[in-house]
Design a protein around this ligand. Structure first.
Ligand code: GLN
Length: 491
């Protein structure tokens, strides 16, 4: 019997098309894998009945030769995506048992194309975090462990459930979102591929908002090809999201295997940090050599405002979050904690419903937007954002096709190890990824090697606006050179 859970989406697509197995068999195999992997805490809600019903329906469609591009493929959905009649919480107590009466645009496009939903995946509360430790459902465990150790590592965040589930073969791919690195950092920590599309490429409608000018949905998958397959279904114009862009969705998969000969790849000198682990530095050099061997030209570039990106992000993102999260007041959805007056009810609800990190962001955001501080913080951060964007534009104007950087400054770390005393320690995880959100650009994280403890490390490629195709072509070159990495099963 074929091993039904370790296939790629591309392989499963072929198997389903030539009737080697059914979607129901494929779905059942994944449901069994999920059940056996509860120790990872990757799923916050399993939807086996819905999954089987969807699989049966798609099997009937496949039999009639009517399956779509994702016909019969079982996926996991980050709990930030509203799913009709299926509990959606953003992993926050404040949403309680909220069951949306509507479906997010991105997930509705996946179902339109024939995918099957296995359940909802864990994430940091409201997607605020880099380790999946802020979830009200508790931390997710990374299927990867340090060699010779059995201590639990984080899968990164905020899309920690998505990354962990895809790496552990619990689903063939997953949806994720990225506001400052939440797709690419967990992908790098778990040896999966994560794509943060250009701002406006995927609709944000029906996704719980964190920082609306930065949020983008994207896929996490096990190969570059699989992420391209998922992207094609997720992307597209949506009149319900005014920031979504009306532009044809290319066949991203067709970019795989395209020659990268003559492409100019920028290596930004500002990303060479003091104290960066030697193995990250080495991997970066190796990645550049792989692209060069494939015919690309490597050029040193400068992105001079890089050092201001993280501080500016931690003004813009909390500012937008404080405004977006104002709607959780105990009146309309989720938790309500009574009080003597309506004001007290708001206070009690929000104090009880939000976790520490979310409260911190709301307070910072409210502060930087308040009269008297707005110009000093928020307005200045917006100006810095423009300069960061201009740094990239200047490089692209000089003919640079894409930029190669490490995805993260380190490999996965232990549960409870970072950010306890100083939240900035956690924020530093996103040092290489936030710039991309600030500039609205597409980025991909591809597994590229391992550190001395046997943990995966990833490289990031940053592209021109709406040129995800180049990232898929280059990403596949890295994947071919590096090989694929699978964690040894212990759960
Ligand atoms: N780690 C970053 C933050 O906490 C980014 C999170 C994300 O991309 N959603 O803000």
């Amino acid at each position: 019997m074929t091993d039904l859970i370790s296939m790629t989406i591309a392989e499963a697509r072929n198997g389903l098309a030539n009737k080697s197995f059914t979607s129901l068999e494929l779905t059942d195999a994944h449901l069994a894998a999920i059940e056996a992997a509860r120790a990872l805490n990757a799923f916050v809600l399993e939807t086996p009945d819905k999954a089987r019903a969807m699989a049966r329906a798609i099997d009937a469609r496949i039999a009639k030769g009517e399956g779509g591009p994702l016909a019969g493929i079982p996926l996991g959905i980050k709990d930030l995506f509203a799913t009709k009649d299926v509990r959606t919480t953003a992993c926050s107590k404040i949403l309680g048992n909220f069951v949306p009466p509507y479906e997010s645009t991105v997930t509705s496009q996946l179902w339109r194309d024939g995918a099957v939903m296995l359940g909802k995946l864990n994430n940091d509360e409201f997607a605020m975090g880099s380790s999946n430790e802020t979830s009200c459902f508790g931390p997710v465990v990374n299927p990867w462990r340090r060699e010779g150790s059995n201590s639990s590592l984080v899968p990164g965040g905020s899309s920690g459930g998505s990354a962990s589930a895809v790496a552990a073969l619990l689903c063939m791919g997953a949806t994720a979102t990225d506001t400052g690195g939440s797709i690419r950092q967990p992908a790098a920590f778990t040896a999966t591929v994560g794509v943060k599309p250009t701002y406006g490429r995927c609709s944000r409608w029906g996704i719980v908002a964190f920082a609306s000018s930065l949020d983008q949905a994207g896929p996490i998958a096990r190969t570059v090809r699989d992420s391209a397959i998922l992207m094609r279904s997720m992307a597209g114009h949506d009149p319900k999201d005014t920031t979504s862009v009306d532009r044809a969705v290319p066949d991203y998969e067709a970019a795989i295997g395209k020659s990268v000969k003559g492409m100019k790849i920028g290596i930004p000198k500002e990303y060479r940090l003091d104290g960066m682990p030697a193995e990250v530095e080495k991997l970066w050099t190796e990645g550049a050599a792989w692209l060069k061997a494939a015919g690309a030209e490597l050029v040193e570039i400068s992105l001079p405002h890089t050092k201001y990106a993280l501080p500016a992000y931690y003004i813009v993102a909390p500012a937008e979050a404080s405004s977006n999260l104002a709607r959780y007041d105990g009146v309309r959805y989720g938790l309500r904690v009574p009080g003597g007056s309506i004001g007290e009810m708001y206070e009690n609800t929000r104090a009880e419903g939000f976790g520490d990190e979310v409260r911190r962001r709301v307070m910072i955001g409210t502060y930087v937007l308040s009269a008297g501080y707005y110009d000093a913080y928020y307005l200045r951060a917006q100006k810095v954002r423009t300069l960061i964007k201009k740094d990239f534009e200047d490089c692209f104007a000089k003919g640079v096709n894409a930029i190669l950087t490490p995805a993260t400054p380190s490999a996965a770390f232990g549960v409870g190890e970072k950010g306890g005393a100083d939240p900035v320690e956690m924020y530093l995880n996103d040092i290489f990824t936030v710039t991309v959100n600030m500039a609205g650009l597409p980025g991909i994280a591809v597994p590229a090697g391992k550190d001395t403890q046997g943990l995966p490390l990833g490289l990031q490629l940053i592209g021109r606006p709406f040129d995800e195709e180049t990232l898929f072509s280059l990403g596949e070159v890295v994947e071919q050179a590096a090989g694929r990495f699978t964690p040894a099963r212990w759960w």
